[in-house]
Design a protein around this ligand. Structure first.
Ligand code: MEV
Length: 323
């Protein structure tokens, strides 16, 4: 693999899209009603839906998916269930259509690929059958789709996948309306995304944290409260463009995520590489247990951080958080 990291620019958003995302601060505790900061990444999922005489066909060449919905499947996959739910809710489950999906978000990395896919397909299907939907309706339907594979999602992934801007997010309980605040950044914050190469199963790490919390609620509530404070402090750090402060908050958050035991060997190695190559902060992002991590650094260091990950055999991307 080349040691030259790929720089991905914002702004190539065309067609019916859902955004991938990073959680900057606050994953896991956000499931328990605490604040989290999320930002879009320029990796997205695009979808096209075209009418055809009969049958629903789903094609995702990059993931090797070719599905005809009428064919009996040994086990109905969550992808099958998701697309069926979308078609039913839009009232077009009996119509013929071909759905093409072009994902640029790597799958099962905690970067929001499933929510981005849901949003892209909802948008494309609604366009194909001339159904008007508000952004909130799109996000709400994507939330219901997320429940199929993820069990108890907080709602942050579908929100980010729909709106595609940096936000502070909080949701009191599963049925409450989320509080969503747009975030400003004084300057673009350079970020490296490091991929562990190990698939993350968000439902599993979320389930493990839930089991631990059920055993000793007050112990875990205290950790969630601390993470909440970090996310709120992150709002100011972003507003000031203070990368050193944001980095400190991320480092502490990673320590607390370790307390929740949602990291992995590879993520720890990536965090270590980032910190020893000039990153001001590094942490896992998303569900953990594999998946991805993020690191922030000043612009003149970001390339070194990303390259060091590649030299160690990991895939890395450079992007930025910006409002
Ligand atoms: C997943 O991107 C973030 C988690 O907090 C789960 C969720 O919020 O649904 C781990």
């Amino acid at each position: 693999r080349s040691a030259e990291p790929e720089v991905i620019g914002h702004g190539d958003a065309v067609g019916d899209m859902g955004y991938g995302k990073i959680i900057v601060l606050g994953e896991h505790s956000v499931v328990y009603g605490r604040h989290a900061i999320a930002a879009p990444i320029p990796l997205n999922v695009r979808a096209e839906v075209r009418p055809q005489p009969e049958q629903i066909d789903l094609l995702i060449p990059r993931w090797g998916v070719e599905m005809r919905f009428s064919e009996p499947e040994g086990k109905i996959s969550s992808l099958h269930e998701s697309i069926t739910l979308i078609a039913e809710r839009l009232g077009v489950a009996d119509r013929g259509m071909r759905i093409d999906v072009f994902p640029r978000v790597p799958r099962a990395n905690g970067l929001g690929a499933s929510a981005a896919l849901a949003v892209a397909v909802i948008r494309a299907m609604a366009r194909c059958f001339d159904i008007k939907m508000s952004e909130r309706e799109i996000s709400n339907l994507a939330f219901d789709v997320e429940k199929i594979a993820h069990g108890t999602p907080s709602g942050i992934d579908n929100t980010l996948a729909t709106f595609g801007r940096p936000i502070l997010f909080r949701k009191d309980n599963p049925t409450a309306r989320p509080e969503i605040r747009d975030l400003a950044t004084a300057r673009p914050i350079p970020v490296v995304i490091g991929l562990s190469g190990v698939a993350t199963l968000t439902a599993q790490t979320v389930g493990n944290v839930r089991a631990a919390w059920q055993k000793s609620p007050s112990r875990y509530e205290a950790i969630f409260d601390q993470i909440d404070g970090l996310a709120l402090a992150g709002v100011d750090a972003l507003a000031r463009g203070d990368i050193a402060e944001l980095g400190d908050l991320m480092n502490i958050d990673h320590g607390l995520l370790n307390a929740l035991q949602v990291s992995s060997w590879e993520i720890e190695e990536l965090v270590e590489i980032a910190r020893t190559h000039g990153a001001l902060g590094a942490k896992l992002t998303g569900g953990g247990g594999g998946g991805a991590m993020i690191a922030v650094a000043e612009a003149d260091k970001i390339q070194d951080v990303a390259s060091a990950m590649r030299v160690a055999g990991y895939n890395s991307f450079i992007t930025e958080i910006r409002s």
